[in-house]
Design a protein around this ligand. Structure first.
Ligand code: MN
Length: 727
């Protein structure tokens, strides 16, 4: 295990101004917190964070990141708290440690590749500071290096697969080729040791015949370049077993057929020298057409820069060559980490040397992806666009689901299952109870709260974003609507039968179903409820002996009957009850009217809109005087202990002075009523005219409130309106 002073020396070695005290304190604190915890290897647990910090020093990262490496497991595995770390090491480090801890919590069993892609994007979206991802990758790298100590075979395989699916590609996307290759290779040796052994054995055989050649060729390239005045270092290099293996799988070819097992790197001093070296090599060797790429003037999306070419080399073999500067080489191997360490590159990187920070780098990458043109870039683009436009959330069992940004708890519930959506009453998000309209955030763990009493309502459509949820809600609403129209139809039919003194037996009404050529009893009721068929037609069809003309003549008396019923304090049994359940579907208050339980009401059957409820005093009722058939006797059906509330409108004049509105609001609140709307009609220096909409239980409740307001000195006039004022 690296000793305290060794670690500090390393950091000071590349960053002379490093805060040694901070590093020492972090080292000591982490040692203390992890105490005598042990790793699977039997080593003290603390050796792990120290090794992680060590890996980070190899990337020449700043003090805060090294300290985060030391502290990265304290929040999750020890008694340490966020507040304590904040007070001891400051906000920056506390946030970094917290970020790494959050990522660790997101580790899931990523058995399917699509989950892995989602998870990778989640990592990117969650880590708002690139350093969090760097620490996480170093953490994973050390865990992979010590994977063989873990006893459970299944656990080793799971971790290796997760590394191959998520962390290795993530490192690649961040431009950190060294990390990617090592992670891939460690996973490979766990997941397919035989495959790896085979590749290594064959490579050895190849090496025995070629390795001398490899050095010879490098030497010859070097000499040719020196002769033409370009100083360089040239290295021959072989691909890693895992990438050879994947290429063989991918292209279904044998190892011998792979043309690019060996490659050469020419490292020169300046960008200019890159092009000169290229010229020299192209003049001296035959160029393989179509293989030249200039990633210096057109850097790759992850800022990778190099010249690539393939020539027919010294012994008539195709040879791949990459030409770059030392700085470009660092970027090629360490990606975003190199950008962090070399914030102020003076030269070697064309035109983007001094101001690049890792964060900007990631953003630049996303921006470049958005304007990318090649097919490959487009593919990347669509994948990454998902990560900026989507949020990723977990079920309690760890399933990861992707949603468009702005999706809500309700979307989540419907994504889990339609039934879960239909009965969704809210959710516990990361343990906190929140309403159905709550917008989802990345990494949320969501447990849907279900209730048998819950029914989808039309307003739900405004609370969802996904097509699936929308379609499911519409479907249920249509069903509810059908049920509620059928219910209304049944009431209307039975009410007419009762007023005619006929028993509304099922067999009688079913006779009408046949006569009228309808499919079922339900569809008959729906037809009546929707006003496409009159209850009288049903009666006449059921009892042909009943004379329709006689019934129609009776209808004249019907309006009278309906009206007297409305005035009656004891309504007749056949009057249709105004029930909460039907409201909004087949039954609703006519717009502009605010009758309350206790007010006389009548119903007017309106085709396709169901039953519209009017207060008896509504002047609009005169429009229906000659349409007796549409009048329906109604009665309130609200028990005294009901929680139902009804809209009431108060029309008043207030003294225009500070605080008068708050007196009114307080008075209403004292009576346990809600204000739902307020509109100001006229305002001058002395008075306001305004309309207040409140929710109350019934007429008496409203009366109490009006009386109390009338007693307020700021209220000069008040009345309850049953019909909206014409303005
Ligand atoms: Mn760790």
């Amino acid at each position: 295990m690296m000793r305290q002073f060794e670690l500090v020396d390393r950091v000071v070695g590349y960053e002379p101004s490093a805060d040694e005290d901070l590093l020492n304190r972090a080292y000591v604190y982490a040692t203390k917190m992890h105490g005598d915890q042990k790793r699977a290897s039997g080593d003290p647990y603390f050796s792990h964070p120290v090794e992680v910090a060590g890996i980070l020093t190899e990337l020449h990262l700043d003090c805060a990141t090294i300290a985060t490496g030391l502290l990265h497991d304290t929040l999750e595995d020890t008694e340490a708290t966020f507040d304590e770390i904040t007070s001891m090491f400051g906000c920056e480090i506390a946030e970094l440690v917290d970020g790494v801890t959050k990522l660790s919590k997101l580790e899931i069993n990523s058995s399917s590749p699509s989950q892995a892609e989602n998870f990778r994007k989640l990592l990117l979206a969650t880590a708002n500071d690139v350093r969090i991802l760097l620490v996480k990758l170093a953490d994973r790298l050390h865990n992979m290096r010590t994977l063989h100590f873990i006893k459970s075979h299944d656990k080793r395989v799971r971790i290796a697969q997760e590394t191959l699916d998520i962390y290795a590609p993530l490192a690649g996307r961040m431009g950190m080729q060294n990390f990617r290759e090592e992670l891939e290779d460690l996973s490979f040796s766990q997941l397919n040791p035989d495959g790896r052994d085979t590749v290594i054995r064959r490579l050895k055989e190849l090496d025995e015949t070629k390795s001398a050649v490899l050095d010879d060729i490098a030497y010859e390239f070097h000499n040719v370049l020196v002769e033409e005045g370009v100083s360089s270092s040239v290295n021959g290099r072989r691909k890693r077993p895992f990438s050879i293996w994947s290429k063989m799988q991918h292209k279904s070819i044998s190892l011998e057929q792979l043309s690019d097992i060996y490659g050469y790197r020419v490292i020169v001093d300046t960008e200019d020298a890159c092009y000169r070296a290229l010229g020299v090599l192209h003049r001296n060797y035959r160029v393989v057409p179509g293989r030249f790429k200039d990633y210096i003037s057109m850097p790759k999306l992850n800022n990778y820069q190099s010249l690539h070419t393939t020539v027919i080399g010294p012994n008539q073999q195709r040879v791949e060559i990459q030409i770059r500067t030392e700085a470009m080489h660092k970027i090629a191997e360490q990606g975003v980490a190199a950008h962090w360490a070399y914030k102020s590159f003076e030269d070697g990187l064309s035109g983007q040397g001094d101001t690049i920070t890792p964060f900007r780098w990631l953003q630049d990458m996303v921006n470049q992806l958005k304007t990318g043109e090649t097919a490959e870039e487009f593919l990347e683009n669509t994948k990454l666009e998902l990560f900026t436009d989507q949020v990723f959330c977990f079920t309690p069992k760890g399933r990861l689901i992707a949603f468009p940004t702005g999706a809500t708890v309700l979307d989540f519930a419907y994504a889990v299952h339609t039934e879960v959506g239909n009965s969704c009453a809210g959710a516990r998000i990361n343990g906190r109870q929140l309403p159905i309209r709550t917008v989802l955030a990345n990494g949320d763990e969501i447990e849907i709260i279900r209730s048998e009493k819950t029914l989808p309502r039309p307003v739900w459509l405004q609370n969802v974003l996904t097509g699936k949820a929308r379609a499911a809600i519409r479907h249920v609403l249509r069903e509810q609507e059908e049920t509620s129209f059928a219910d209304l139809g049944e009431r209307l039919v039975k009410s007419l039968f009762a007023s005619e003194g006929v028993e509304a037996k099922r067999e009688f009404i079913e006779r009408a179903v046949g006569v009228l050529g309808l499919a079922s009893l339900t569809s008959l009721y729906v037809e009546v409820g929707r006003g496409r068929l009159s209850a009288t037609d049903v009666l006449v069809s059921a009892f042909p002996s009943k004379d329709k003309a006689v019934l129609s003549s009776k209808a004249g008396a019907r309006v009278k009957d309906v009206v007297s019923n409305a005035k009656d304090t004891k309504p007749q049994g056949h009057a249709v009850p105004v029930s909460q359940a039907l409201q909004g579907m087949a039954m609703s208050f006519e717009e502009g009217y605010f009758p309350l339980p206790g007010d006389p009401i009548v119903g007017i059957l309106t085709p396709e809109a169901g039953l519209k409820i009017y207060p008896l005093e509504a002047s609009a009722l005169s429009n229906f005087e000659d349409q007796e058939e549409r009048w329906v006797a109604m009665r309130w059906d609200v028990s005294s202990d009901s929680q139902s509330r009804f809209h009431s409108r108060l029309d008043m004049t207030l003294v225009n002075k500070a605080g008068s509105l708050s007196i009114v609001a307080q008075t209403i609140a004292d009576f346990d009523a809600n204000i739902t709307n307020l509109s100001l009609f006229k305002r001058d220096d002395t008075f306001h005219d305004l309309a207040l909409d409140i929710q109350v239980r019934d007429v008496n409740h409203a009366k109490q409130i009006v009386n109390a307001l009338r007693a307020c000195s700021v209220v000069t006039r008040i009345e309850r309106l049953v019909a909206a004022k014409e303005v």
